[in-house]
Ligand binder design. Structure first.
Ligand SMILES: Cc1cc2nc3c(=O)[nH]c(=O)nc-3n(C[C@H](O)[C@H](O)[C@H](O)COP(=O)(O)OP(=O)(O)OC[C@H]3O[C@@H](n4cnc5c(N)ncnc54)[C@H](O)[C@@H]3O)c2cc1C
Length: 388
């Protein structure tokens, strides 16, 4: 079948990463099409929390990238900015109920003391002195951080897509592609499309499309409460995250014996988003009620008044996890006009603003952040891009 339309860039995946790439691409004057097998934010971006957080990142590269993306999200959320109304700054609170968690908070405080990160340690207190009322007796210590924020994944995805003016097409699934004569032919469920460049930002879908990349599912359960706060329910100014969650995300060390990791995130709607577990495998069609029970147990131990809130929804999201624990971003040396951006696991909402900017800088031949080199797909030594 002959190619039907020609674009400078086709982006596969209408999640937050593809949407951010699309917005940056049209800003750079590229004629851009976004395709998605289902629709915008149909994957992890539509079933996640939206912490734009540095504290929960592995020290080093991931914390530095998150810090850079946080700064950029703040810049984009100013008056007239594409993320205005989506990204909100708010304090973050990390708490410990167990000796191992106390040690994790020590490590976090040391990381934040290093210069360069846009997040500062505002207070290091016990439960009684913390700027959160109603903490349970189990809480031993609380760190209050200044500088982090939150954006709901589907809000930010739609904001980027709407402001981009890119052509959008769904349902349209990419099944494979060929590169020849400096162009890319995409074989899709709606025929062949052609472009000068292809960006594959299809989250977990990359596992089927690019089988050389070690991408696998890691699901997470989320709980949403009703909006109305019952009389006397303590006001929560920012996310309350257990240090067990920090340990679960940043170390290979098993968290056996620790309370289940939990994050209690106040949404701008007045609801609380409580999550999220990290189970290898799983899917977004079924709920793991045992994991939900563990999360809620930890949440109520931290904030006992939570037991007065009604739960209105429980659901699962699925992250695309990369085998070596860091995302995969960059062009293939074997196919320089094909760029991949996937494997963001639990950090894609936070990293998407930065990744969109850097991917388009790379496409335009501009210098990218030096740290991006470590994310290259070539680290998996694929001789060729395998297509399935
Ligand atoms: C429970 C949970 C909590 C989370 N909390 C946070 C958090 O607090 N902070 C944070 O930063 N991140 C968080 N994340 C992670 C974040 O949601 C993801 O990293 C991010 O959404 C990934 O975005 P993406 O655009 O790469 O992928 P996705 O949002 O998954 O989008 C991929 C898109 O590609 C489409 N697609 C797939 N295959 C094809 C194909 N062959 N052809 C066409 N289209 C295709 C899909 O339909 C989908 O719309 C959380 C995730 C989960 C599950």
């Amino acid at each position: 079948m002959a190619p039907s339309t020609s674009y400078d860039l086709i982006i596969v995946g209408g999640g937050i990463v593809g949407a951010s790439v699309a917005w940056h691409a049209t800003q750079a004057g590229l004629r851009t099409l976004v395709i998605d097998a289902t629709g915008p934010a149909a994957g992890a971006s539509g079933a996640s929390d939206g912490a734009v957080a540095v504290a929960t990142k592995k020290p080093g590269l991931m914390a530095a990238l998150a810090g850079e993306s946080l700064r950029y999200a703040i810049a984009l959320s100013g008056v007239g900015g594409v993320l205005n109304g989506c990204f909100h700054r708010r304090p973050s609170f990390l708490f410990a109920t167990h000796p191992l968690e106390l040690a994790a908070l020590d490590r976090l405080a040391r990381m934040l003391a290093e210069p360069g990160l846009p997040v500062t340690l505002k207070a290091d207190t016990g439960a009684r002195q913390a700027a959160v009322s109603g903490l349970g007796d189990a809480v031993l210590r609380v760190l209050e951080l200044d500088g982090e924020g939150h954006m709901t994944g589907y809000d930010a995805t739609l904001a980027f897509l709407r402001a981009s003016g890119a052509d959008l097409r769904w349902p349209c699934r990419l099944d494979g592609f060929d590169t020849r004569n400096g162009r890319v032919d995409l074989h899709t469920s709606r025929g062949v499309l052609t472009a000068a460049r292809l960006v594959i930002a299809n989250g977990l879908g990359a596992a089927a499309l690019l089988p050389d990349l070690p991408i696998s599912p890691r699901s997470g359960q989320l709980v949403i409460t009703e909006r109305a706060a019952p009389m006397g329910f303590p006001h929560l100014a920012g996310a309350l995250t257990s240090a067990a969650y920090l340990l679960d995300k940043t170390t290979a060390q098993p968290t056996t014996g620790l309370p289940a990791p939990v994050v209690i995130d106040p949404l701008t709607t007045g609801q609380l988003l409580i999550g999220s577990s990290r189970e290898d495998g799983g899917n977004s069609q079924s709920t793991d009620f045992a994991a939900v029970r563990r999360i809620l147990h930890s949440a109520v131990a931290c904030l006992p008044a939570l037991s007065q809130r009604r739960i209105i929804r429980v659901f699962a999201g699925v992250r695309a996890a990369c085998g070596d624990g860091i995302p995969i971003v960059g062009a293939f040396s074997s196919a320089p006009n094909v760029t991949v951006a996937t494997g963001f696991e639990g950090d894609g909402i936070c990293l998407a603003p930065l990744i969109g900017r850097e991917v388009v800088r790379g496409l335009s031949g501009q210098a990218v952040l030096p740290g991006l080199a470590a994310l290259s797909p070539d680290r998996f030594n694929s001789k060729q891009v395998s297509i399935r």
